[in-house]
Write a protein that binds this ligand. Structure first.
Ligand SMILES: [Fe+2]
Length: 187
């Protein structure tokens, strides 16, 4: 297998994802589950790390459209904060295991800094397992990798926003910050 094979497989996947999204007509559990099933096929390749390294060296993702789909190989060295992305996303476990949690907003967003979250998914994600989160304001999740970290193939609906919301579940509050500032609270 060559890097060209991997990049061709990535382009095929993106093409099929567009077809799936058009067929479903909306971002929903059903459409994102179908996208995840298609991504699972790509996640079976054992050369994605190599493609990621080459893309990262150019400051790029595995694949990105100017305002559309973004495919990335994401590395989670430790438990993340509860955070948003400014985009919907679908993930497939690639290396390592993690616990994955997803929430939706229960409040109406009218009070700045306040957010009441409702947990809708709390699952184990092993290589080949699929998860997703919805479009804003329900693009809220957390990765809790096992010792040694985890790696996931992630597709987002649009480029992630430079600042994200970071939630305090005990206080029902959030703050807006850059990933560098808040993504890994353990640091
Ligand atoms: Fe995330």
């Amino acid at each position: 297998m060559t890097m060209e094979d991997a990049n061709a497989a990535i382009k095929d996947t993106i093409h099929d994802v567009h077809v799936i999204l058009e067929r479903h007509g909306s971002v929903s559990d059903a459409s994102l589950a179908a996208v995840g099933e298609r991504m699972k096929e790509l996640a079976q390749r054992d050369d994605l790390e190599e493609v990621y390294q080459a893309a990262a060296a150019r400051g790029e993702r595995l694949f990105s459209e100017p305002e559309g789909l973004q495919l990335m190989l994401s590395h989670f060295p430790e438990t993340t904060a509860v955070h948003t992305h400014g985009a919907w996303g679908v993930m497939v476990g690639y290396r390592g295991n993690e616990r994955y949690r997803q929430w939706v907003r229960e409040d109406d967003g009218s009070e700045p800094g306040h957010a009441k979250l409702h947990l809708v998914r709390d699952v184990e994600v092993k290589p080949g397992d699929v998860g997703w989160w919805f479009a804003p304001p329900n693009d809220i999740h957390q990765q809790l990798p096992e010792e040694g970290g985890s790696v996931e193939l992630i597709l987002m609906g649009n480029p992630p926003s430079p600042t994200r919301l970071y939630f305090d579940l005990d206080a029902d509050t959030y703050t807006e910050a850059t990933p560098a500032e808040r993504h890994y609270p353990g640091r």
